[in-house]
Design a protein around this ligand. Structure first.
Ligand code: PAF
Length: 277
């Protein structure tokens, strides 16, 4: 497994592999089974797999969240080496942003809703780094998790709008045995917190099972009231939307792809999840 530190290293590695197919898995490290499943899929579908590990400062609207983001590069490299990944890109901030203060990029896609509303500037930062990484990797396919559903949709829309060649491959959310969606941030929860956090999955499942008995707004009210019964959770949003337009649903008939989306803080850790209904 090659470890690439500079953008020039990636360009050279890319040139060495010429017209072979490249699968790319962009990550912020603190890898878990969900990430590893993306790597497995990339390996099965491409000649070579490139993983990036970079905690991107421009996508953190909350400086404390950036400071607390888990960093486990040595363990990550061991996991990736055990999977025989071809190359891992682990750049410094200086390498990706030679002049951080001059960076500004606005992505006018899905900016008014959910994550974009709660985390102003977040998706501008995501697209800023994704553009740099995609330009370097020149990948055939890029693997992204469905847990970050809005991120996935924005990247898909941006790739289409910019007529880029990458094929975006959405990958299912991996869950811990009691249902908590896997996330790098989960390591910041206590053992008891991890147990409690399965409430999110339980509520999503219950909403799914009630689909034909109650309207979307009724189920939203029910779900929000369930969270309020547990003061350990600070709910940011629970909404039922159309998975393509992100419009809130008044009626099930308004959407062929209804999706429940949720964000809540537990023990100061921001957790997000979603479920197709
Ligand atoms: O989902 C993530 O880990 C990040 O947002 C990404 C896509 C690697 C961009 O920094």
């Amino acid at each position: 497994m090659k470890i690439l530190y500079t953008t020039q290293d990636v360009t050279n590695w890319r040139e060495e592999n010429g017209s072979d197919t490249i699968g790319f898995v962009p990550t912020m490290g603190a890898l878990h089974e969900g990430h590893l499943s993306l790597v497995d899929q990339s390996k099965a579908e491409n000649n070579h797999t490139l993983v990036s590990i970079f905690v991107n400062p421009t996508q953190f609207n909350d400086p404390q969240d950036f400071k607390n983001y888990p960093i486990t590069v040595d363990a990550d490299l061991q996991l990736l080496s055990a999977l025989s990944v071809d190359a891992v890109f682990v750049p410094s901030v200086q390498e990706m942003y030679p002049d951080l203060l001059k960076e500004s990029f606005h992505v006018p896609i899905l900016t008014e809703t959910l994550e974009a509303k709660m985390r102003p500037g977040h998706f501008d930062g995501v697209i800023t780094i994704i553009r740099k990484l995609f330009d370097l990797a020149q990948a055939t396919k890029v693997y992204l998790g469905e847990k970050d559903f809005q991120q996935l949709s924005i990247i898909q829309s941006w790739v289409k709008k910019e007529k880029r060649a990458e094929i975006i491959v959405p990958c299912p959310t991996f869950r811990e045995s009691h249902g908590l969606a896997m996330s790098s941030r989960n390591v910041r929860l206590s053992a008891a917190g991890r147990e409690k956090a399965c409430l999110i999955f339980k509520i999503l499942q219950e909403v799914k099972s009630q689909k034909n008995l109650q309207s979307p707004p009724e189920l939203e009210i029910w779900a929000r009231s369930e969270f309020h019964l547990f003061p350990a959770f600070q709910l940011e949003y629970f909404e039922i939307i159309d998975a393509q337009t992100f419009a809130p649903l008044a009626d099930w008939e308004d959407s062929e792809h209804p999706l429940a989306v949720v964000a809540a803080f537990l023990e100061g850790v921001r957790l997000i999840d979603n479920m197709r209904l």
